[in-house]
Design a protein around this ligand. Structure first.
Ligand SMILES: Cc1cc2nc3c(=O)[nH]c(=O)nc-3n(C[C@H](O)[C@H](O)[C@H](O)COP(=O)(O)OP(=O)(O)OC[C@H]3O[C@@H](n4cnc5c(N)ncnc54)[C@H](O)[C@@H]3O)c2cc1C
Length: 388
């Protein structure tokens, strides 16, 4: 088997590495300690290169980069620890709008998202519906040419810096749940919206958002009335694209290898001298190769024109569960030293392992929990019976 990438993708990889060497710095990475995973200057530089529109299909007006190039971009950004959450969400919002919005929204909003001057965020999850996203209860009621929206969303990450939220609402409570949903693009400065911070143990800031008699003209509707599930499927399709390129572990493995080489034990040896430590590090590196295999397989399928489904679930499941395992393992190896956070001056590599330990669990929750992904793998890939 030949696992090498086509020359065009490798040339692009070198271009991304050179770009990151020029534009990404430690201050940008450190700034995420305030909880917002976004670096405006990096985002603007990416937009200047046309890389925000890169993953959006050319026939929709995007950059039309191949899936292999997109996975290369994702991989290099994650290996370099670039803060890309706002960027990834904004690209998905732009792609959804290009597929489902009317011409006015396409012509006025999408160019601002793709040139880096506006940010989007996702408003799907509610206090009572997360995995079962189709159970959304936020109400949108028609009033002449306008809609009146009332409800609450939970975990609207980036809402505090975004310009727009793509909002899932219920427009018909009388029909089966998937058939009574409608999406809106809501400018976040519309009167009646309140954004409250939700801190997480990962330091990452999310938000609870409240919609109190928010009035919107019909031009902000995305897709058909009660056709929200079709829009949701598009959203999941592009989100899976992101899931197809998950490489959270390598920076934390690098930190663990560095610690094992430099830490001096009371007997003068280094942890790396211990075969049991080396085995734990090797197991983590092998997991990363498995992650790469999954991610490249997804990209390859997408490149061939096949929309991957369960393969995206497998990739995300393996990447986030192994990332959690590596962080726990390295933290265990480091003992008490592993408890030092980035605020401690003598924390190893700025407390990278401790920070990743707190961050890793959430990757098995957002974008579809591990339990939901296991169900999908069991039902779709292994053919086990559906139990719900
Ligand atoms: C930090 C953070 C950021 C987020 N950002 C966003 C965002 O920007 N926008 C947005 O809309 N959402 C966002 N989310 C929400 C995220 O997508 C949901 O938390 C996730 O889908 C799970 O939903 P829930 O929290 O309601 O848990 P629930 O769906 O209530 O699940 C609770 C538990 O039950 C399990 N479970 C549920 N159903 C099943 C089943 N059928 N079979 C087996 N087990 C099951 C789950 O795996 C989980 O362990 C974010 C979440 C977090 C934590």
């Amino acid at each position: 088997m030949d696992f090498s990438f086509p020359p065009q993708a490798e040339t692009f990889r070198s271009e991304v590495q050179a770009f990151l060497a020029e534009h990404l710095n430690e201050d940008m990475i450190r700034a995420t300690h305030d909880g917002t995973i976004h670096a405006p200057a990096l985002h603007a530089a990416m937009a200047d290169r046309g890389w925000l529109s890169g993953p959006v299909p050319a026939e929709l007006g995007g950059g039309g980069r191949s899936a292999l190039e997109s996975v290369v971009l994702n991989e290099e950004m994650q290996l370099a620890r670039a803060p890309i959450d706002a960027m990834a969400v904004t690209i998905v919002v732009a792609a959804i709008l290009l597929e489902h919005a009317n011409d006015t929204v396409k012509e006025t909003v999408v160019p601002r998202l793709l040139d880096g001057t506006a940010l989007g965020c996702f408003g799907y999850t509610e206090p009572e519906s997360g995995s079962d996203v189709a159970a959304a209860a936020t109400k949108a009621v028609r009033d002449g040419d306008e809609w009146v929206i009332n409800g609450a969303k939970m975990w609207t990450t980036m809402a505090h810096i975004a310009d727009y939220v793509i909002l899932l609402t219920r427009t018909d409570p009388e029909v089966p749940k998937h058939k009574g949903l409608t999406f809106f693009l809501v400018p976040l400065d519309t009167p009646g919206i309140e954004i409250r911070p939700v801190p997480t143990m990962a330091t990452e800031r999310s938000n609870a958002t409240f919609y109190d008699d928010v009035r919107l003209s019909d031009q902000w509707r995305i897709g058909e009335v009660n056709g929200g599930w079709a829009v949701m499927k598009t959203a999941l399709k592009y989100e899976r694209g992101i899931a197809g390129g998950q490489f959270p572990s390598p920076p934390v493995i690098d930190a663990a290898v560095d610690w094992a080489r430099t830490h001096v034990r009371p007997d003068g040896t280094h942890p790396i001298d211990d075969p049991a430590v080396r085995e734990r590090l090797m197991r983590a590196l092998i997991d990363v190769e498995v992650c790469r295999g999954f991610a490249y397989h997804c990209a390859d399928l997408a490149n061939e024109g096949a929309m991957f489904g369960v393969e995206g679930s497998m990739t995300k499941l393996f990447a986030s569960e192994s990332y959690k395992r590596h962080c726990r393992d390295f933290h265990d190896l480091m003992g008490a030293e592993g408890l030092l956070t980035h605020e401690a001056v003598d924390a190893h590599l700025g407390g990278r392992i401790e920070e990743n330990l707190r961050h890793s669990p959430v990757t098995a929750i957002y974008g579809g929990t591990s339990e939901i992904n296991r169900n999908l793998v069991a039902e779709v890939h292994l053919g086990l019976p559906r139990i719900r």
